[in-house]
Ligand binder design. Structure first.
Ligand code: NDP
Ligand SMILES: O=C(O)C1=N[C@H](C(=O)O)C[C@H](O)C1
Length: 263
């Protein structure tokens, strides 16, 4: 039995993850972290399972008072980072879905995990289709190095570009390095028209109501283009990846960044 704490239980991902965890025979939800509802239990919150699971607003108090194996964070980067540090210091294995951590923060967490002799996972995207899209894009970039990334999300998303778009660009960078793209003398007449830039790759973030999570990686070569596209149509797309990561985190002895490294 794996004892699990979740932060962000009222969020879109938190709710879906709680339902998934409560339906698994080998998982036991033991506490939640929520900035409101301290001292209440899950069953007192509308839309959450009718369970006597305690809720804490203070992550450190939660980790010190609860016997847990794995901590799942589905919040926002600023608090998610603090939660994750506190969990690791308590020897609780992190499974982080929250996007928007900087590379410096990820490096700091990797060291902390090593120092505490545990393992864990930070996954910019838990959907297997998205992981394949990123890997296929990395394969294609070896042959078609001119590439732009278009990610589209719901308009409640706080971070831009998405964690998935950053991870995609990082994977492509591993095979092609820096490459200046577009006309050498191109100029924006409206700021941001060419998107954000990572090692010469342009990343365009679209935010609209009605969208969930979508990304297209577009390659261009002489007389041809190649598009690799993934769509998450609802949040069930992420649940198998979270389930897998919780199990896998129990065997890891390092903090892995990206599901592609362990599937
Ligand atoms: N890795 C993956 O596959 C996926 C990752 N994500 C990421 O997961 C995270 C959550 O996404 P989603 O569920 O859609 O977002 P929601 O906005 O629906 O939920 C976010 C949760 O975080 C809580 N929260 C926000 N601010 C604070 C704060 N200052 N202190 C404590 N809690 C806070 C919210 O509580 P409150 O209501 O009080 O603000 C809410 O419960 C995001 O970072 C998103 O990018 C999303 C989908 C897939
Ligand atoms: O906020 C979201 O919704 C998502 N966030 C993750 C990201 O930033 O890549 C994963 C997925 O795209 C959904």
């Amino acid at each position: 039995m794996i004892n699990i704490i979740i932060a962000g239980p009222r969020g879109k991902m938190g709710k879906a993850a709680i339902n998934m965890i409560c339906g698994e025979d080998t998982f036991r939800l033991v506490a939640c972290i929520d900035r409101i509802n301290n001292g209440k239990t899950l069953k007192e919150i509308d839309g959450l399972p009718n369970l006597d699971i305690p809720i804490y607003d203070d992550a450190e108090v939660c980790f010190q008072s609860t016997n847990a194996d794995v901590f799942v964070d589905l919040t926002i980067p600023e608090v998610g980072f603090l939660h994750t540090k506190a969990a690791i210091k308590q020897g609780i294995r992190p499974v982080v879905g929250t996007s928007g951590f900087t590379s410096e923060q990820i490096a700091e967490l990797k060291l902390l995990v090593k120092d505490n002799n545990i393992g864990g996972i930070i996954a910019p995207n838990f959907a297997i289709g998205a992981v394949l899209m990123m890997k296929f894009a990395q394969m294609a970039a070896k042959y078609l190095p001119d590439v732009e990334i278009i990610e589209k999300h719901h308009d409640n998303k706080l971070d831009a570009p998405s964690g998935t778009a950053i991870k995609t660009a990082e994977l492509i960078r591993e095979v092609r390095g820096y490459k200046k793209q577009g006309h050498p003398e191109e100029k924006e007449t409206i700021n941001g028209a060419r998107g954000g830039e990572l090692d010469g790759m342009r990343i365009h973030s679209v935010r609209l109501p009605g969208l969930v999570a979508h990304q297209e990686v577009v390659f261009g070569g002489a007389g041809q283009t190649l598009s690799i596209k993934h769509d998450s149509l609802n949040r069930s797309s992420f649940m198998d990846g979270i389930k897998f990561s919780i199990h896998k985190s129990m065997d890891l002895d390092e903090l892995v960044y990206g599901l592609e490294n362990i599937i």
